[in-house]
Design a protein around this ligand. Structure first.
Ligand SMILES: NC(=O)c1ccc[n+]([C@@H]2O[C@H](COP(=O)([O-])OP(=O)(O)OC[C@H]3O[C@@H](n4cnc5c(N)ncnc54)[C@H](O)[C@@H]3O)[C@@H](O)[C@H]2O)c1
Length: 330
């Protein structure tokens, strides 16, 4: 019995591989290395280089490794890019997810965990935003993920497959043991680029919009440590293997921090000052996005351990430093 992880060479997936291996699980990764790295995959995991939409490769992998559960991280993740290339996003995130779900059904895989996103809510009317809020994605990225949630719901009704879809808020930080972190090329995640500014790897940090309806005028987000996020997947896996019912759950802490608060946290954590340039809003950024975070604690017994902005920022900074010092940054 093993767990198939798509996108296991990427940021979140590589943390998941370590978490499962430490829990004594057999793991096989399928990744096409479009944004991931072979070196990011723990040695004890099996690695198959290939596409998450390749049904033949998936069928072989499922039977060779006796896969009973799939955790599906593979996808394209940049919201503005999805607006410029909607069909590319629907192909990689929706159509290939459909192929993967079909391969799961055909191969007798019984459990499926899916990386969804807070982007399915679009611009929510209320914060914190709870799971039963209306879905109103404002980008092809959000729509591509919402469609996969729908496919899973319908497939689960018709076939012997139960699933958990986790709607991640802003994932940040890195493995506390320094084994992996956010290495994705050209990533635009705030804590990562702020760490780069602190390390002198970029000459300034741009803050997009200072006139939002928030206490300091900058956007507020719910930052979740990547290690807490992967532990939620482990809880979800146990739930599904225990024949638990389908669930769609937010994954965040229920706390929000503004862009300027994050910048101050980085400056304080690393004791370095850097240039911050305040500039205009970007299209499509909600003022605030904070998870209604109770349901996952109640229903999966998830207990986050790293709900602390300073810890998140410190771990992200250490990883960024490691990438730069070892010539691994691309
Ligand atoms: N990082 C965040 O803040 C965040 C927030 C919400 C949701 N998510 C979701 O989490 C998942 C993982 O995100 P991440 O931040 O680790 O991104 P990432 O880019 O670091 O990882 C994605 C991995 O998937 C692989 N991949 C992409 N398309 C593939 C395909 N067709 N076949 C095989 N492999 C493929 C890439 O090579 C990479 O290793 C994504 O589905 C993303 O939408 C991430």
């Amino acid at each position: 019995m093993s767990v198939l992880i798509t996108g296991g060479a990427g940021y979140i997936g590589s943390h998941m591989v370590w978490e499962l291996i430490e829990a004594g699980q057999e793991v096989v990764v399928v990744d096409n290395l479009s944004t991931g790295f072979r070196w990011a995959v723990a040695d004890k995991a099996h690695f198959v280089q290939g596409d998450a939409g390749d049904m033949e490769l998936l069928a072989n992998t499922i039977s060779t490794y006796n896969v009973d559960a799939i955790i599906h991280f593979a996808g394209s993740i940049v919201v503005p890019e999805s607006i410029e290339d909607p069909l590319g996003y629907y192909l990689n995130n929706t159509i290939k997810s459909r192929a993967l779900i079909a391969a799961a059904v055909k191969g007798g895989v019984k459990h499926f965990i899916f990386s969804s996103t807070a982007a399915v809510y679009g611009m929510p009317d209320t914060n914190p935003v709870h799971e039963d809020a209306p879905l109103n994605p404002i980008s092809p990225y959000g729509s591509s993920k919402m469609m996969t949630e729908i496919m899973l719901t319908d497939t689960s009704f018709a076939h012997n497959l139960n699933f958990v879809a986790l709607r991640y808020f802003n994932v940040a930080g890195a493995d506390a043991k320094g084994r992996t972190g956010q290495s994705t090329p050209h990533a635009t995640h705030l804590i990562k680029v702020t760490s780069q500014a602190a390390l002198g790897d970029r000459d300034k940090l741009l803050v997009f919009g200072t006139d939002y309806d928030t206490p300091d005028g900058t956007c507020i987000r719910d930052y979740i440590h990547v290690s807490d996020l992967v532990s939620a997947h482990l809880r979800a896996l146990e739930h599904l293997r225990g024949n638990g019912e389908n669930k769609i759950l937010n994954c965040g802490y229920g706390n929000g921090y503004s862009v300027l608060e994050v910048v101050e946290a980085v400056k304080k954590a690393v004791g370095v000052d850097f240039t911050v340039e305040l500039t205009d809003r970007r299209a499509g950024d909600p003022a605030a996005l904070i998870a209604g975070a109770d349901r996952i604690r109640k229903e999966l017994g998830w207990q986050p351990q790293l709900d602390d902005l300073n810890t998140i920022v410190q771990h992200a900074y250490e990883w960024e430093k490691h990438l730069i010092e070892n010539g691994l940054k691309v």
